[in-house]
Design a protein around this ligand. Structure first.
Ligand SMILES: [Zn+2]
Ligand SMILES: [Zn+2]
Length: 296
């Protein structure tokens, strides 16, 4: 069953940014059932062999609509692929992850790839059933940018982290399963790099990772900066600074409170666990610590 809201929620929870179909102007409907297997067991890289004339949203939207029109005219079910990754690094929604695409068929009937690890088997040798496809919207001789590889890696990694793809799902090129040049030599040569980057994001998530040691350093740095500051931004900060500047003991208290508050706000478990934090969380933790440290 096609489950578009569910898919979008899972990807967003993992921090993936992707331009949705109604934003880029998809004209086909994607809600009808075209059964596929979830979790996916492989990822395929394709190339659309179309011009990508600019690095602007407007031109990329037009390219996406062109690729949709090509897929629709050939197969009658909208975009052939599950996502596009432009050379700007922008990701575009294509065929939903829970609706079968059309472009990846294992005409070699290969169980395994001669170039990459991971299974290529599929029901009826139709990899659209159990694999997901990402397309590079460009010509074969166009550069494959680092931003594109990064975007493709993020896209695959969040699927694994969200349970939409199996942990053992691996990247392949379209040519791994059929007698085509797709995804072109430039893209094919970067598949091992794409796989390694995908594994990095599977392990760490898309956000920056901060260890407890790094968190202590951040806390120390924040305190140092606050104590060195001439004027605080709000009255709470000002009061804390004034108090700290007058008494070394108060400064130590403030530093300890800050460090504890930051750690408790950011670390869900004690010990050297890796955590995901945002600048907003750090700011909130500092403000909470200052409120508590000054009784304000
Ligand atoms: Zn292809
Ligand atoms: Zn392969």
């Amino acid at each position: 069953m096609t489950a578009i809201d569910w898919e979008r929620r899972l990807l967003a929870q993992q921090g993936l940014e992707i331009r949705q179909r109604h934003i880029w102007g998809a004209v086909q409907g994607y809600g009808s059932d075209r059964d596929c297997e979830v979790p996916a067991t492989a990822f395929f890289l394709h190339i659309a062999v179309v011009d990508d004339p600019g690095d602007l949203l407007g031109t990329e939207d037009q390219v996406a609509r062109n690729i949709e029109a090509i897929g629709q005219s050939r197969f009658g079910s909208g975009m052939s692929y599950n996502a596009l990754a432009f050379n700007t690094g922008r990701l575009y929604e294509a065929q939903p992850l829970t609706r079968r695409g059309t472009h990846t068929v294992n005409t070699f009937e290969r169980t395994h790839c001669p170039t990459h690890p991971g299974s290529l088997t599929a029901p009826g040798w139709n990899n659209n059933v159990n694999a997901r496809a990402l397309c590079l919207p460009q010509q074969v001789d166009d550069p494959v940018t680092d931003a594109q590889i990064d975007a493709a890696a993020r896209w695959a990694a969040v699927q694994i982290r969200a349970g939409l793809a199996a942990p053992w799902a691996r990247w392949h090129g379209h040519r791994c399963v059929t007698a085509k040049d797709c995804p072109g030599g430039r893209a094919f040569d970067r598949i091992n790099e794409l796989q390694a980057l995908t594994e990095h994001y599977v392990k760490n998530g898309l956000e920056d990772i901060v260890t407890k040691d790094e968190m202590n350093q951040v806390a120390d740095m924040v305190v140092d900066k606050l104590l060195a500051a001439e004027v605080g931004e709000d009255r709470t900060v000002k009061a804390a600074l004034r108090m700290a500047s007058k008494a070394p003991a108060a400064a130590r208290d403030l530093q300890r409170t800050l460090t504890e508050k930051i750690q408790s706000a950011l670390l869900s478990e004690p010990g050297d666990v890796a955590v995901t934090v945002t600048a907003e969380q750090i700011e909130e933790a500092v403000k909470a610590a200052l409120r508590e440290g000054t009784g304000a």
